[in-house]
Design a protein around this ligand. Structure first.
Ligand code: SF4
Length: 318
């Protein structure tokens, strides 16, 4: 309850009527909860470079690709180094795709680097080196799914789109639906719910999306929500109903000994080598021949590695 606070623009009493959502228990999210979350965000937000006013749409796009399945702490140094080297899509488009894979380093899921390079090439050739503001144009770029297109449209261009990442889904599941965790996969119903909660004014809607995301990252965490510090605890359906437990989300997958680890070891060797790498050298990086062959074939099929007639290997185009 923040009766003395100025109401953020775009959050009006009419919002209350829009928030009557079929199938959702009463007291979902009113303009008062909007005020509370936006005010909390203004006071507690982390100073992340991609959220600063001077962050370009390209910087926002790079951050969103890097943040897929990767924590902020690991992304920060990689993001800074990437933008120092390639501050625009045109700069990246002028580099070999293998250089993007090399620069990606140990962030994981390196196909993201290739897709980012492919997206930069399209931005350079079709958009004059700019990032388009249209959600449909963003969605057509390689590696950009519905979530990332919505996030870039909202955070880079202040548009009104539901941005449903893991944190937002968890907060809305607890606050509105009254369950501890959202379903394993995002559903159309969740998207409709998130859209119905967006404030009317596009820039405020964009701020609401990033504020809910931050609330999920800092307060409404997966295993230990800090409800005593939550700005919407008084309206949270899960909290008010005694925090009933529901099945936990899937545990993190084992990494040690997997093909994924083998691919990572082979790719690390190629990243660190300025010259082509022989099959013998790859063999030293991962001793199991069957697993190594499977991983190498996968890397070649994914376009992350090139094999040459003399039986040496390099990153693509390097
Ligand atoms: Fe999450 Fe607790 Fe806030 Fe509900 S009250 S939204 S569970 S932190």
């Amino acid at each position: 309850m923040l009766p003395s606070m100025p109401r953020p623009p775009g959050v009006t009493p009419q919002t209350r009527r829009r928030h009557r959502i079929p199938g959702v228990r009463r007291s979902a999210v009113t303009f008062r909860q909007h005020e509370a979350v936006l005010s909390w965000y203004a006071a507690h937000r982390r100073d992340l470079p991609w959220r600063r006013l001077d962050a370009s749409p390209w910087a926002v796009l790079v951050s969103e690709i890097m943040l897929q399945q990767t924590p902020v702490a690991r992304v920060l140094p990689a993001y800074r180094a990437w933008l120092r080297r390639w501050p625009t899509p045109t700069a990246l488009a002028g580099a070999a795709p293998g250089e993007a894979v090399r620069q990606w380093g140990r962030l994981g899921y390196p196909r993201r680097a290739l897709r980012l390079h492919a997206a930069a090439t399209i931005l350079d050739r079709q958009y004059g080196g700019a990032v388009p503001a249209s959600h449909a144009d963003l969605l057509a770029l390689p590696g950009i799914g519905g979530y990332t297109a919505a996030a870039v449209a909202a955070f880079a261009f202040g548009q009104r789109h539901a941005v449903l990442d893991t944190n937002v889904r968890r907060v809305l599941a607890r606050l509105v639906t009254g369950t501890q965790f959202p379903p394993a996969h995002p559903s159309a119903a969740e998207k409709r719910l998130a859209e119905s909660l967006l404030p009317a004014d596009p820039p405020v809607a964009a701020r609401w999306s990033v504020a809910v995301m931050e609330l999920g990252a800092l307060v409404c965490t997966s295993s230990r929500p800090r409800c005593a510090q939550c700005p919407v605890a008084a309206a949270c359906q899960w909290h008010l109903s005694g925090q009933p437990e529901s099945p936990a989300p899937r545990p993190a997958q084992r990494y040690a000994g997997t093909d994924r680890q083998c691919r990572g070891a082979l790719l690390a060797l190629l990243r660190e080598s300025p010259a082509p790498v022989s099959a013998t050298a790859l063999g030293a990086a991962w001793p199991d021949p069957a697993q190594r062959a499977r991983a190498t074939d996968g890397l070649v099929a994914d376009g992350l590695v090139e094999v040459h007639p003399d039986d040496t290997f390099t990153l693509p185009g390097t």
